[in-house]
Ligand binder design. Sequence first.
Ligand SMILES: NC(=O)c1ccc[n+]([C@@H]2O[C@H](COP(=O)([O-])OP(=O)(O)OC[C@H]3O[C@@H](n4cnc5c(N)ncnc54)[C@H](O)[C@@H]3O)[C@@H](O)[C@H]2O)c1
Ligand SMILES: O=P(O)(O)OC[C@@H](O)[C@@H](O)[C@H](O)[C@H](O)CO
Length: 384
Amino acid sequence: MKAVHFGAGNIGRGFVGLILHDAGYELVFADVNAELIDALAASTSYDVHAVGENSSTRTVTGYRALNSGSDEDAVVAEIATAEIVTTAVGPNILKFVAPVIARAIEARDAALPPLTVMACENAINATDVLKGEIEGRVGDASALSKAVFANTAVDRIVPNQEPGHGLDVTVEDFFEWAIEETPFEGAPPVIPAAHFVPDLAPYIERKLFTVNTGHATVAYHGWVEGATTLADALAVPSVFTEVKAVLEETKALLVAKHEFDPATQEAYLEKNLVRFANPYLTDTPERVGRQPLRKISRHERFIGPAAELAERGLPTDALLRAVAAALRFDAPADPQSAELAGLLDTLTPEEFTAQVTGIEPGHPLRERLLETVRAAVAFRSPEE
Ligand SMILES: NC(=O)c1ccc[n+]([C@@H]2O[C@H](COP(=O)([O-])OP(=O)(O)OC[C@H]3O[C@@H](n4cnc5c(N)ncnc54)[C@H](O)[C@@H]3O)[C@@H](O)[C@H]2O)c1
Ligand SMILES: O=P(O)(O)OC[C@@H](O)[C@@H](O)[C@H](O)[C@H](O)CO
Protein backbone atom coordinates (compact mmCIF):
# COMPACT_ATOMS: atom_id res chain seq x y z
CA MET A 1 0.00 0.00 0.00
CA LYS A 2 1.28 3.47 -0.87
CA ALA A 3 0.21 6.94 0.26
CA VAL A 4 1.41 10.25 -1.16
CA HIS A 5 1.08 13.21 1.20
CA PHE A 6 1.33 16.86 0.07
CA GLY A 7 2.75 19.19 2.75
CA ALA A 8 5.56 17.81 4.92
CA GLY A 9 5.09 20.55 7.54
CA ASN A 10 3.83 20.41 11.12
CA ILE A 11 0.67 18.34 10.70
CA GLY A 12 2.05 16.51 7.67
CA ARG A 13 4.96 14.96 9.55
CA GLY A 14 3.41 15.04 13.04
CA PHE A 15 0.01 13.56 12.26
CA VAL A 16 -0.98 12.46 8.72
CA GLY A 17 2.42 10.99 7.83
CA LEU A 18 2.72 9.26 11.19
CA ILE A 19 -0.75 7.71 11.03
CA LEU A 20 -0.36 6.52 7.45
CA HIS A 21 3.07 5.08 8.28
CA ASP A 22 1.62 3.29 11.32
CA ALA A 23 -1.19 1.96 9.12
CA GLY A 24 1.43 0.24 6.95
CA TYR A 25 1.58 2.56 3.95
CA GLU A 26 4.75 3.20 2.02
CA LEU A 27 4.86 6.97 2.46
CA VAL A 28 5.89 9.58 -0.11
CA PHE A 29 6.05 13.21 1.04
CA ALA A 30 5.58 15.92 -1.60
CA ASP A 31 6.37 19.55 -0.80
CA VAL A 32 7.67 22.68 -2.52
CA ASN A 33 10.08 23.52 0.30
CA ALA A 34 13.35 22.33 -1.25
CA GLU A 35 15.32 22.44 2.01
CA LEU A 36 12.71 20.34 3.80
CA ILE A 37 12.38 17.82 0.97
CA ASP A 38 16.17 17.48 0.65
CA ALA A 39 16.43 16.88 4.41
CA LEU A 40 13.67 14.24 4.30
CA ALA A 41 15.17 12.58 1.25
CA ALA A 42 18.57 12.42 2.95
CA SER A 43 17.18 10.94 6.18
CA THR A 44 15.94 7.48 7.08
CA SER A 45 13.68 8.37 10.03
CA TYR A 46 12.26 11.14 12.19
CA ASP A 47 10.67 11.09 15.63
CA VAL A 48 7.25 12.38 16.66
CA HIS A 49 7.30 13.38 20.33
CA ALA A 50 3.76 13.48 21.71
CA VAL A 51 3.69 15.58 24.89
CA GLY A 52 1.05 15.93 27.58
CA GLU A 53 -0.37 13.63 30.23
CA ASN A 54 0.47 10.60 28.07
CA SER A 55 3.81 11.43 26.49
CA SER A 56 5.35 9.03 23.97
CA THR A 57 7.74 8.98 21.03
CA ARG A 58 7.04 7.27 17.71
CA THR A 59 9.52 6.91 14.88
CA VAL A 60 8.52 7.26 11.25
CA THR A 61 10.71 5.31 8.84
CA GLY A 62 10.89 4.16 5.25
CA TYR A 63 9.45 7.27 3.60
CA ARG A 64 10.56 8.94 0.41
CA ALA A 65 10.35 12.65 -0.42
CA LEU A 66 9.79 14.51 -3.69
CA ASN A 67 9.79 18.18 -4.63
CA SER A 68 6.38 18.73 -6.18
CA GLY A 69 7.52 22.09 -7.55
CA SER A 70 10.55 20.89 -9.51
CA ASP A 71 9.73 17.20 -9.99
CA GLU A 72 6.03 17.19 -10.78
CA ASP A 73 6.26 14.24 -13.20
CA ALA A 74 7.68 12.01 -10.46
CA VAL A 75 4.90 13.02 -8.05
CA VAL A 76 2.27 12.34 -10.72
CA ALA A 77 3.74 8.87 -11.29
CA GLU A 78 3.71 8.10 -7.55
CA ILE A 79 0.09 9.21 -7.08
CA ALA A 80 -1.03 7.32 -10.19
CA THR A 81 -0.02 4.04 -8.51
CA ALA A 82 -0.88 4.93 -4.87
CA GLU A 83 -3.89 3.92 -2.76
CA ILE A 84 -4.21 7.28 -1.01
CA VAL A 85 -3.30 10.91 -1.63
CA THR A 86 -3.68 13.39 1.25
CA THR A 87 -2.95 17.09 1.66
CA ALA A 88 -2.05 19.34 4.60
CA VAL A 89 -0.89 22.45 2.78
CA GLY A 90 -3.49 25.04 3.85
CA PRO A 91 -6.93 25.58 2.31
CA ASN A 92 -5.67 28.38 0.02
CA ILE A 93 -3.03 26.08 -1.51
CA LEU A 94 -5.39 23.32 -2.66
CA LYS A 95 -5.71 24.95 -6.09
CA PHE A 96 -1.97 24.53 -6.59
CA VAL A 97 -1.83 20.81 -5.79
CA ALA A 98 -5.03 20.03 -7.73
CA PRO A 99 -3.39 20.03 -11.19
CA VAL A 100 -0.83 17.43 -10.06
CA ILE A 101 -3.55 15.15 -8.65
CA ALA A 102 -5.65 15.69 -11.80
CA ARG A 103 -2.76 14.56 -13.99
CA ALA A 104 -2.25 11.49 -11.77
CA ILE A 105 -5.93 10.53 -11.97
CA GLU A 106 -5.82 10.80 -15.76
CA ALA A 107 -2.66 8.68 -15.87
CA ARG A 108 -4.01 6.04 -13.47
CA ASP A 109 -4.69 2.55 -14.79
CA ALA A 110 -8.47 2.11 -14.69
CA ALA A 111 -7.96 -1.49 -13.55
CA LEU A 112 -6.55 -0.28 -10.22
CA PRO A 113 -8.88 0.29 -7.26
CA PRO A 114 -9.90 3.96 -7.06
CA LEU A 115 -7.47 6.45 -5.54
CA THR A 116 -8.62 7.81 -2.16
CA VAL A 117 -8.29 11.62 -2.09
CA MET A 118 -8.52 13.41 1.29
CA ALA A 119 -7.71 17.04 2.11
CA CYS A 120 -6.70 17.27 5.78
CA GLU A 121 -7.12 21.01 6.15
CA ASN A 122 -8.98 23.11 8.72
CA ALA A 123 -11.98 23.98 6.61
CA ILE A 124 -15.51 22.70 6.13
CA ASN A 125 -15.47 20.05 3.37
CA ALA A 126 -11.95 20.86 2.16
CA THR A 127 -11.93 17.70 0.02
CA ASP A 128 -14.97 18.99 -1.88
CA VAL A 129 -13.01 22.18 -2.56
CA LEU A 130 -10.05 20.12 -3.81
CA LYS A 131 -12.37 17.97 -5.91
CA GLY A 132 -13.85 21.10 -7.50
CA GLU A 133 -10.34 22.27 -8.43
CA ILE A 134 -9.46 18.82 -9.83
CA GLU A 135 -12.69 18.57 -11.85
CA GLY A 136 -11.83 21.76 -13.66
CA ARG A 137 -8.48 20.32 -14.71
CA VAL A 138 -9.39 16.80 -15.82
CA GLY A 139 -9.91 16.77 -19.58
CA ASP A 140 -12.20 13.73 -19.59
CA ALA A 141 -14.69 13.91 -16.69
CA SER A 142 -15.12 10.12 -16.72
CA ALA A 143 -11.54 9.86 -15.39
CA LEU A 144 -12.89 11.00 -12.03
CA SER A 145 -14.39 7.53 -11.53
CA LYS A 146 -10.79 6.43 -10.84
CA ALA A 147 -10.85 8.38 -7.56
CA VAL A 148 -12.93 8.51 -4.38
CA PHE A 149 -13.12 11.86 -2.58
CA ALA A 150 -13.77 11.89 1.17
CA ASN A 151 -14.03 14.86 3.52
CA THR A 152 -12.21 14.62 6.83
CA ALA A 153 -11.76 16.40 10.17
CA VAL A 154 -8.23 16.26 11.58
CA ASP A 155 -7.39 17.33 15.10
CA ARG A 156 -3.97 17.50 16.73
CA ILE A 157 -2.22 20.67 17.89
CA VAL A 158 1.17 20.81 16.20
CA PRO A 159 2.99 24.10 16.83
CA ASN A 160 5.78 25.45 14.64
CA GLN A 161 8.91 23.49 15.50
CA GLU A 162 11.88 25.03 17.27
CA PRO A 163 14.78 25.71 14.88
CA GLY A 164 17.55 23.15 15.17
CA HIS A 165 15.30 20.16 15.87
CA GLY A 166 15.72 18.83 12.37
CA LEU A 167 12.83 16.74 11.10
CA ASP A 168 11.56 15.66 14.52
CA VAL A 169 8.16 17.03 15.50
CA THR A 170 6.74 17.78 18.93
CA VAL A 171 2.96 17.42 19.02
CA GLU A 172 0.26 17.21 21.68
CA ASP A 173 -0.64 13.69 22.84
CA PHE A 174 -4.31 14.00 21.77
CA PHE A 175 -5.42 13.33 18.21
CA GLU A 176 -8.59 12.58 16.28
CA TRP A 177 -9.18 11.86 12.57
CA ALA A 178 -12.77 11.51 11.41
CA ILE A 179 -13.40 10.54 7.77
CA GLU A 180 -16.76 10.37 5.98
CA GLU A 181 -17.45 6.76 5.08
CA THR A 182 -20.23 6.98 2.48
CA PRO A 183 -17.97 7.79 -0.52
CA PHE A 184 -16.21 4.43 -0.05
CA GLU A 185 -19.37 2.36 -0.54
CA GLY A 186 -18.42 -0.16 2.14
CA ALA A 187 -14.70 -0.43 1.30
CA PRO A 188 -12.89 2.31 3.26
CA PRO A 189 -9.09 2.52 3.16
CA VAL A 190 -7.12 0.80 5.91
CA ILE A 191 -6.39 3.51 8.52
CA PRO A 192 -6.93 1.94 11.98
CA ALA A 193 -6.32 5.19 13.89
CA ALA A 194 -9.05 7.05 11.99
CA HIS A 195 -12.76 6.61 12.49
CA PHE A 196 -15.20 6.52 9.62
CA VAL A 197 -18.51 8.31 10.16
CA PRO A 198 -21.71 8.35 8.08
CA ASP A 199 -22.16 12.13 8.39
CA LEU A 200 -19.07 14.31 8.83
CA ALA A 201 -20.90 17.64 9.33
CA PRO A 202 -21.35 17.32 13.12
CA TYR A 203 -17.70 16.28 13.55
CA ILE A 204 -16.12 18.96 11.38
CA GLU A 205 -18.37 21.70 12.77
CA ARG A 206 -17.81 20.60 16.36
CA LYS A 207 -14.06 20.57 15.71
CA LEU A 208 -13.80 23.84 13.78
CA PHE A 209 -16.29 25.76 15.95
CA THR A 210 -14.87 24.52 19.26
CA VAL A 211 -11.16 23.74 18.86
CA ASN A 212 -10.39 26.33 16.20
CA THR A 213 -12.83 29.04 17.31
CA GLY A 214 -11.56 28.75 20.88
CA HIS A 215 -7.93 28.51 19.80
CA ALA A 216 -8.14 31.60 17.57
CA THR A 217 -9.94 33.50 20.33
CA VAL A 218 -7.03 32.79 22.70
CA ALA A 219 -4.63 33.93 19.96
CA TYR A 220 -6.38 37.20 19.05
CA HIS A 221 -7.27 38.36 22.57
CA GLY A 222 -3.85 37.13 23.72
CA TRP A 223 -2.17 39.12 20.95
CA VAL A 224 -3.98 42.29 22.05
CA GLU A 225 -2.77 41.60 25.62
CA GLY A 226 0.82 41.15 24.44
CA ALA A 227 1.07 37.46 25.35
CA THR A 228 3.82 35.54 23.57
CA THR A 229 2.55 31.98 24.09
CA LEU A 230 -0.90 30.43 23.99
CA ALA A 231 -0.55 29.17 27.56
CA ASP A 232 0.40 32.69 28.75
CA ALA A 233 -2.54 34.16 26.84
CA LEU A 234 -5.02 31.78 28.43
CA ALA A 235 -3.58 32.59 31.86
CA VAL A 236 -4.75 36.22 31.45
CA PRO A 237 -8.12 36.18 33.31
CA SER A 238 -9.88 38.44 30.80
CA VAL A 239 -8.72 36.25 27.89
CA PHE A 240 -9.91 33.10 29.63
CA THR A 241 -13.30 34.73 30.24
CA GLU A 242 -13.62 35.66 26.55
CA VAL A 243 -12.64 32.18 25.36
CA LYS A 244 -15.11 30.53 27.71
CA ALA A 245 -17.84 32.92 26.55
CA VAL A 246 -17.10 32.22 22.86
CA LEU A 247 -17.21 28.48 23.46
CA GLU A 248 -20.54 28.76 25.29
CA GLU A 249 -21.94 30.55 22.22
CA THR A 250 -20.70 27.92 19.76
CA LYS A 251 -21.88 25.21 22.15
CA ALA A 252 -25.40 26.68 21.92
CA LEU A 253 -25.24 26.37 18.12
CA LEU A 254 -23.79 22.85 18.11
CA VAL A 255 -26.38 21.63 20.60
CA ALA A 256 -29.25 23.26 18.69
CA LYS A 257 -28.07 22.24 15.22
CA HIS A 258 -26.57 18.78 15.75
CA GLU A 259 -28.43 17.82 18.93
CA PHE A 260 -25.22 17.17 20.87
CA ASP A 261 -25.86 16.42 24.52
CA PRO A 262 -25.13 19.75 26.34
CA ALA A 263 -23.12 18.02 29.09
CA THR A 264 -21.02 16.14 26.52
CA GLN A 265 -20.32 19.34 24.60
CA GLU A 266 -19.44 21.15 27.85
CA ALA A 267 -16.94 18.39 28.66
CA TYR A 268 -15.52 18.66 25.12
CA LEU A 269 -15.01 22.41 25.40
CA GLU A 270 -13.47 22.08 28.87
CA LYS A 271 -11.06 19.47 27.50
CA ASN A 272 -10.06 21.92 24.80
CA LEU A 273 -9.34 24.67 27.31
CA VAL A 274 -6.87 22.23 28.88
CA ARG A 275 -5.38 21.43 25.46
CA PHE A 276 -4.84 25.14 24.67
CA ALA A 277 -2.85 25.52 27.90
CA ASN A 278 -0.75 22.33 27.45
CA PRO A 279 2.32 23.21 29.54
CA TYR A 280 4.53 20.81 27.59
CA LEU A 281 3.86 22.51 24.25
CA THR A 282 4.99 25.99 23.16
CA ASP A 283 2.52 27.47 20.71
CA THR A 284 2.18 31.12 19.73
CA PRO A 285 -0.54 33.66 18.91
CA GLU A 286 1.31 34.26 15.61
CA ARG A 287 0.80 30.67 14.45
CA VAL A 288 -2.69 30.16 15.81
CA GLY A 289 -3.85 33.58 14.56
CA ARG A 290 -2.12 33.23 11.16
CA GLN A 291 -4.06 34.35 8.07
CA PRO A 292 -6.72 36.47 9.84
CA LEU A 293 -8.57 37.19 6.57
CA ARG A 294 -9.14 33.45 6.10
CA LYS A 295 -10.23 33.10 9.72
CA ILE A 296 -12.87 35.86 9.50
CA SER A 297 -14.23 34.65 6.15
CA ARG A 298 -17.85 33.56 5.70
CA HIS A 299 -17.76 29.85 6.52
CA GLU A 300 -14.83 29.91 8.93
CA ARG A 301 -14.55 29.66 12.73
CA PHE A 302 -16.05 33.06 13.71
CA ILE A 303 -18.47 34.29 11.05
CA GLY A 304 -19.72 30.76 10.29
CA PRO A 305 -21.12 30.07 13.77
CA ALA A 306 -22.01 33.73 14.46
CA ALA A 307 -24.13 33.89 11.29
CA GLU A 308 -26.00 30.72 12.19
CA LEU A 309 -26.49 31.86 15.79
CA ALA A 310 -27.87 35.20 14.62
CA GLU A 311 -30.22 33.41 12.22
CA ARG A 312 -31.53 31.48 15.23
CA GLY A 313 -31.82 34.61 17.38
CA LEU A 314 -29.08 33.36 19.73
CA PRO A 315 -26.28 35.50 21.30
CA THR A 316 -23.11 36.33 19.35
CA ASP A 317 -21.56 38.99 21.62
CA ALA A 318 -18.39 37.05 22.49
CA LEU A 319 -17.84 35.93 18.89
CA LEU A 320 -18.10 39.54 17.75
CA ARG A 321 -15.60 40.61 20.44
CA ALA A 322 -13.26 37.90 19.13
CA VAL A 323 -13.70 39.28 15.59
CA ALA A 324 -12.89 42.74 17.00
CA ALA A 325 -9.65 41.32 18.44
CA ALA A 326 -8.90 39.55 15.12
CA LEU A 327 -9.20 42.92 13.34
CA ARG A 328 -6.32 44.15 15.53
CA PHE A 329 -4.01 41.23 14.69
CA ASP A 330 -0.85 42.74 13.18
CA ALA A 331 1.83 40.05 13.31
CA PRO A 332 4.71 41.42 11.19
CA ALA A 333 5.55 38.06 9.59
CA ASP A 334 1.96 37.40 8.49
CA PRO A 335 1.21 38.90 5.05
CA GLN A 336 -2.55 38.68 5.68
CA SER A 337 -2.14 40.95 8.73
CA ALA A 338 -0.84 43.74 6.50
CA GLU A 339 -3.53 42.99 3.91
CA LEU A 340 -6.18 43.17 6.64
CA ALA A 341 -4.90 46.55 7.82
CA GLY A 342 -4.86 47.81 4.23
CA LEU A 343 -8.45 46.71 3.66
CA LEU A 344 -9.59 48.39 6.90
CA ASP A 345 -7.86 51.58 5.75
CA THR A 346 -9.18 51.61 2.19
CA LEU A 347 -12.61 49.97 2.12
CA THR A 348 -15.71 51.45 3.70
CA PRO A 349 -16.96 49.39 6.68
CA GLU A 350 -19.88 48.30 4.48
CA GLU A 351 -17.53 47.12 1.72
CA PHE A 352 -15.21 45.42 4.21
CA THR A 353 -18.09 43.57 5.86
CA ALA A 354 -19.44 42.33 2.54
CA GLN A 355 -16.12 41.50 0.87
CA VAL A 356 -14.16 40.04 3.77
CA THR A 357 -16.82 38.41 5.93
CA GLY A 358 -19.36 37.66 3.20
CA ILE A 359 -22.24 38.98 5.33
CA GLU A 360 -24.60 40.92 3.09
CA PRO A 361 -27.19 43.60 3.97
CA GLY A 362 -30.31 42.10 5.49
CA HIS A 363 -28.51 39.29 7.31
CA PRO A 364 -29.34 39.29 11.05
CA LEU A 365 -25.62 39.47 11.93
CA ARG A 366 -24.96 42.43 9.62
CA GLU A 367 -25.62 45.47 11.82
CA ARG A 368 -23.64 44.27 14.86
CA LEU A 369 -20.80 43.07 12.62
CA LEU A 370 -20.77 46.44 10.87
CA GLU A 371 -20.49 48.15 14.28
CA THR A 372 -17.51 45.89 15.05
CA VAL A 373 -15.81 46.84 11.78
CA ARG A 374 -16.56 50.56 12.32
CA ALA A 375 -14.97 50.34 15.78
CA ALA A 376 -11.87 48.68 14.28
CA VAL A 377 -11.58 51.45 11.68
CA ALA A 378 -11.99 54.10 14.42
CA PHE A 379 -9.32 52.34 16.51
CA ARG A 380 -6.90 52.60 13.59
CA SER A 381 -7.54 56.33 12.99
CA PRO A 382 -8.67 57.74 16.37
CA GLU A 383 -8.32 61.38 15.24
CA GLU A 384 -11.16 61.01 12.70
N1 LIG B 1 -0.60 22.44 12.85
C1 LIG B 1 -1.78 22.06 13.35
O1 LIG B 1 -1.99 22.05 14.57
C2 LIG B 1 -2.89 21.62 12.43
C3 LIG B 1 -3.86 20.75 12.93
C4 LIG B 1 -4.92 20.36 12.11
C5 LIG B 1 -4.97 20.82 10.80
N2 LIG B 1 -4.01 21.66 10.35
C6 LIG B 1 -4.13 22.11 8.96
O2 LIG B 1 -3.11 21.50 8.18
C7 LIG B 1 -2.70 22.39 7.14
C8 LIG B 1 -1.19 22.60 7.25
O3 LIG B 1 -0.90 23.19 8.51
P1 LIG B 1 0.56 23.09 9.15
O4 LIG B 1 0.43 23.63 10.51
O5 LIG B 1 1.13 21.74 8.96
O6 LIG B 1 1.35 24.14 8.22
P2 LIG B 1 2.87 24.10 7.80
O7 LIG B 1 3.17 25.46 7.26
O8 LIG B 1 3.72 23.56 8.89
O9 LIG B 1 2.91 23.03 6.61
C9 LIG B 1 2.41 23.28 5.33
C10 LIG B 1 3.38 22.67 4.33
O10 LIG B 1 2.79 22.77 3.03
C11 LIG B 1 3.86 23.04 2.13
N3 LIG B 1 3.33 23.60 0.91
C12 LIG B 1 2.97 24.89 0.64
N4 LIG B 1 2.58 25.01 -0.65
C13 LIG B 1 2.68 23.78 -1.19
C14 LIG B 1 2.43 23.26 -2.49
N5 LIG B 1 1.97 24.04 -3.48
N6 LIG B 1 2.66 21.95 -2.72
C15 LIG B 1 3.12 21.14 -1.73
N7 LIG B 1 3.37 21.58 -0.48
C16 LIG B 1 3.16 22.88 -0.21
C17 LIG B 1 4.77 23.99 2.90
O11 LIG B 1 6.05 24.06 2.32
C18 LIG B 1 4.75 23.36 4.27
O12 LIG B 1 5.79 22.42 4.44
C19 LIG B 1 -3.54 23.66 7.33
O13 LIG B 1 -4.69 23.56 6.53
C20 LIG B 1 -3.92 23.60 8.79
O14 LIG B 1 -5.10 24.30 9.06
C21 LIG B 1 -2.96 22.06 11.11
O1 LIG C 1 -4.31 25.84 11.07
P1 LIG C 1 -5.18 27.08 11.17
O2 LIG C 1 -4.45 28.31 10.79
O3 LIG C 1 -6.49 26.91 10.48
O4 LIG C 1 -5.55 27.21 12.72
C1 LIG C 1 -4.51 27.35 13.67
C2 LIG C 1 -4.71 26.35 14.80
O5 LIG C 1 -5.91 26.64 15.48
C3 LIG C 1 -4.79 24.91 14.26
O6 LIG C 1 -3.69 24.60 13.46
C4 LIG C 1 -4.90 23.90 15.43
O7 LIG C 1 -3.65 23.75 16.05
C5 LIG C 1 -5.40 22.57 14.92
O8 LIG C 1 -6.53 22.74 14.13
C6 LIG C 1 -5.70 21.59 16.03
O9 LIG C 1 -6.29 20.45 15.48
